[in-house]
Every structure is written in structure tokens, then in C-alpha cells.
Design a protein around this ligand. Structure first.
Ligand SMILES: Nc1ncnc2c1ncn2[C@@H]1O[C@H](COP(=O)(O)OP(=O)(O)O)[C@@H](O)[C@H]1O
Ligand SMILES: [Mg+2]
Length: 458
């Protein structure tokens, strides 16, 4: 009996929930894209200000002529009728070309009938004998002059109108000189500019959100992927490795991981990211250095057999490396290279094989990780991006946990979600996100300010 009622209210609830989600999505767009909104708003306001300043000002003033007739010998009713008829007649006559032609001649050089006509307007004032003449001009004097001349010329021409000899037309009062231009109106234009700027800003923000697929903010990364943030690495100019703020960021990442993996056993951690050039190898190399500086034994393994770069950043040889180890039956210590830093050894990638997936899938890769865990507390494994190949997913099934790097200015939102999906399908455990490329930092030295020793390099 209550079935339809219940299902109706559930539908209502769902609708409300969807509504809330959309509203939240809009709020999120506003929060993410506020710089674009401010920029567009400022651009529109600047254009409005320029228009207000560049538009020539226009002045407007009015005068009126009185229209009536001699009432002798007429009763009041007839007189009233005649007056009304006269006002209507003269309201038409005032627009006639003869009048504007004569006004143009009276105004002097540069005046034509067309110019006069486009600068005057007429209105009968209901219930009176008055016809109002409004004139506009580029300065107060020319507006006043045109209104007065028109009234004077019209009054004098009216005396000669055939058939209307009884009528009288008189200039009521001289037009006042306008004090302020009636155009442009800064407040009105400014209000319109503000409104249009906001609309354009919001529209622009929504459009950018649709067109821009990058993650953009840490908040968005966390919302999309639902993973904890284990590290925040700011950008440095030209990848400046000595930047103290960045060094501190890597130390915090290292400390977080040591805390998360605080056990007597060793851990193998893979590092990957959805796309290329998002900082996987940079993060891995610098993290390995930070861990080693904390007194933890680390082996960094370059399992990005497609585009290896760890050997460059850690200053070792690319070959002999992982590819050779997996291909030949040689002991691992022939491939372990010292990094020149206490506690950090490196296995380069070796030459790129045609089928990295087969190499990484091998049992020998699994046993390698076990062997390395026996000699180091952390084995860090670099991988290619998940959008390029299955390599990272394969590695993720062999290591204890994965670190997912996202570059706020590069990583594609959809690719990031697919990356997470891929790792989950491979059964990976994910330690968390390293957000690369937050606030840009230059050469300001907070570290040194707090008395950090200069020789400690991550
Ligand atoms: N936080 C950062 N600040 C400055 N440069 C960075 C940062 N992260 C990465 N880079 C630079 O970006 C480029 C790509 O980084 P890399 O670690 O090789 O990416 P991936 O291994 O994901 O392809 C490198 O030149 C690196 O120096
Ligand atoms: Mg790399």
C-alpha cells in the first residue's frame, strides 16, 4: 500500500542528491578556476572603462514652445478643442524639413538639415500647450544653441503658416545649459560591465573546465583518486635540486614513508604515474637520496626499460643493468652500482629490450626484489607511465606497495583514474599520492633561514 509513496520519496531524494552533487561540482569549478574568472572579469571591466573614457561625451538640453490662439468670440469648449488641435498640428509641423533646413542655415557653417534632424527630438506635453524640443550636442553650448535656435526659428516660421493666422507660437523659455554629459553614464556602463564580466567569467570558467583535462589542484587529485597524500613536491626553477624547500619536501616524503612502513622487515615500493614526464624518476631518485640521508639502506632499481633516466639523475651507468640481469644468469652484485652516497645503491635499466613486459613478468624479477630486500630496507622501483604500457601494473603486483605521482600541471584527470584502475586490477596496494608541482618556488631559502646545514643534499 505504501509502495508507490515510498518509491516516490526515494526518487525525490535521489533527485535532491543529484542536485547537490551538481551544485558542489559548480562550486568546485569556481574554486579551481577563480583566477580565470577574476582575469576575465578584469578584462571586461577594463574594456568598459576604456569605452567610458574613449566614447565622446554627449550633452542634452530641452526647451519648449507654447502653442495657442486668440480666444475672442469663442466659447471655452470650442477654444479648448481648437487649442488641442493646434498643438497636434504644430507637433507635426515642427518636424517639417523647412524648419530643419532654416535651423541649419541659422546654425552656420558645418550644419546640414540631416545633422539638425538627427540631433533634435520633440514631444508634446500631455494636457498643456507645450511642445518640448530636446537637442543633443558634443558640448553644452552647441546643445543649448541648437535647442534655442530651433525654438526661435520654429516660432518665427509659424507666424507665416497659411490658414493658421489665428494661432500664436511663442518660445516658452531658453534652454538651460547642461552641466553634465548624459552619455556615457559611468555608473550604468560600469554596472553592465560588471554583470557581463561576471557572466563571461563564469562561462569562461566552465568552458576552461571542460577543455582543460589536467588535475590542477591537490584537492582535485585527492577527490578523483581517493588516496592519501604522502608527499607534496613544489616545482623548482630548472629542476634546481639544491632548492631547500624542495629538499625539505623530499625529507617529509621520506619520513612519511618510513612512518608508514615502520617495521623490522624491508619493503619494495614501486613509483609510477599516469603519463610521461610527470616526475616519477625525479621523485624516486630524490626520495632514495632522502631515505639514505636518514640512515636507511636503499636500492633504486630502474625498471623503466623503455625510457630509463635514473642512471642520469643518480650518476651511475645505465648498463649493465636490470635488462641484462633478467636476461642472463648472473648474480645481482655484478649489477649493483654505488651511488657515491652512503646507503644508496642503484641498478640501472640496461639496454631497452623489445618486450619489457616479458622481462618484468619473469620469476627472476620477483626473486630479484626479494634478494634486494635482503640487503636494503627500501627497494624503490622506477616504472614507465601506466598510460603507455602495462609495465607498472606488472611491477605493482610484485612490490609491496606503489607510490602514485601526479603532476598538477600535466596529469590528465581521466588518465589518472585509469591508472588507479589499472593498478587496482593488478591487485596493487597503494601507499599514497605524491603531488608534484604545487606552488612554484624560486631561490628563497627557508631552509637556510632555519639554519639548515648547506652540505646536506637530497
Ligand atoms: N618538482 C619538480 N620541479 C622541477 N622540475 C621537475 C619537477 N619534477 C620533475 N621535474 C622535471 O621534469 C622532467 C621530467 O621528470 P621525470 O622525473 O623524468 O619524469 P618521468 O620519470 O615521470 O617521465 C625532468 O626534466 C625533471 O627535472
Ligand atoms: Mg622516468
Amino acid at each position: 500500500m505504501f509502495g508507490p509513496l515510498v518509491s516516490q520519496s526515494v526518487r525525490g531524494l535521489e533527485r535532491r542528491r543529484v542536485g547537490t552533487v551538481t551544485f558542489e561540482a559548480y562550486l568546485r569549478v569556481l574554486r579551481r578556476r577563480w583566477p580565470a574568472i577574476v582575469l576575465i572579469l578584469c578584462a571586461v571591466l577594463a574594456a568598459t572603462a576604456a569605452a567610458i573614457m574613449l566614447l565622446p561625451p554627449a550633452y542634452r538640453t530641452s526647451t519648449s514652445v507654447w502653442v495657442g490662439h486668440d480666444t475672442e468670440g469663442q466659447n471655452t469648449w470650442d477654444a479648448l478643442q481648437t487649442d488641442q488641435m493646434l498643438v497636434r498640428t504644430y507637433a507635426e509641423l515642427i518636424r517639417s524639413p523647412e524648419v530643419s533646413q532654416t535651423v541649419a542655415a541659422a546654425m552656420g557653417a558645418g550644419w546640414t538639415r540631416g545633422r539638425v534632424e538627427s540631433n533634435v527630438a520633440f514631444k508634446t506635453i500631455e494636457g498643456t500647450h507645450l511642445i518640448q524640443i530636446t537637442a543633443t550636442g558634443l558640448d553644452p553650448d552647441s546643445a543649448k544653441n541648437l535647442a534655442d535656435t530651433y525654438a526661435r526659428v520654429f516660432a518665427s516660421l509659424s507666424g507665416q503658416t497659411a490658414g493658421l493666422q489665428q494661432a500664436r507660437v511663442a518660445v516658452n523659455y531658453p534652454a538651460p545649459k547642461p552641466g553634465h554629459p548624459f552619455k556615457p553614464k559611468p555608473k550604468l556602463y560600469g554596472g553592465i560591465g560588471l554583470f557581463l564580466g561576471l557572466v563571461a567569467g563564469l562561462g569562461g570558467a566552465l568552458l576552461i573546465e571542460r577543455l582543460d583535462h589536467r588535475i590542477g589542484t591537490e584537492e582535485e587529485a585527492v577527490r578523483l583518486l581517493g588516496l592519501p597524500v604522502v608527499g607534496r613536491i613544489p616545482y623548482t626553477k630548472d629542476g634546481d635540486a639544491a632548492n631547500p624547500i624542495q629538499r625539505e619536501a623530499f625529507r617529509m616524503l621520506a619520513a612519511n614513508l618510513r612512518f608508514q612502513f615502520a617495521d623490522s622487515r624491508s619493503w619494495a615500493l614501486g613509483v609510477t604515474s599516469p603519463g610521461p614526464q610527470e616526475g616519477k624518476s625525479t621523485v624516486l631518485g630524490r626520495l632514495a637520496g632522502a631515505l639514505a640521508d636518514m640512515g636507511t639502506n636503499v636500492v633504486a632499481v630502474d625498471a623503466d626499460l623503455r625510457r630509463p633516466s635514473l642512471h642520469k639523475s643518480l650518476n651511475v651507468k645505465r648498463s649493465p643493468g636490470l635488462a641484462e640481469y633478467l636476461a642472463f644468469d648472473l648474480p645481482i652484485n655484478q649489477f649493483l652500482q654505488p651511488s657515491g652516497r652512503n646507503g644508496l645503491a642503484v641498478v640501472g635499466a640496461g639496454p631497452s629490450p623489445p618486450n619489457p613486459v616479458m622481462f618484468l613478468e619473469s620469476k627472476r624479477m620477483t626473486s630479484l626484489l626479494q634478494d634486494l630486500e635482503a640487503i636494503a630496507s627500501f627497494v624503490l622501483v622506477d616504472t614507465p607511465p601506466t598510460s603507455v604500457a602495462a609495465d607498472a601494473a606488472i611491477v605493482s603486483s610484485k612490490v609491496d606497495s606503489m607510490i602514485l605521482v601526479v603532476d598538477l600541471a600535466r596529469t590528465d584527470r581521466l588518465q589518472a583514474q585509469r591508472c588507479l584502475e589499472q593498478l587496482k586490477q593488478a591487485g596493487a596496494r597503494i601507499a599514497g599520492l605524491v603531488v608534484n608541482g604545487g606552488r612554484r618556488v624560486g631561490k628563497t631559502t627557508y631552509g637556510e633561514y632555519y639554519g639548515e646545514p648547506k652540505e646536506s643534499r637530497v
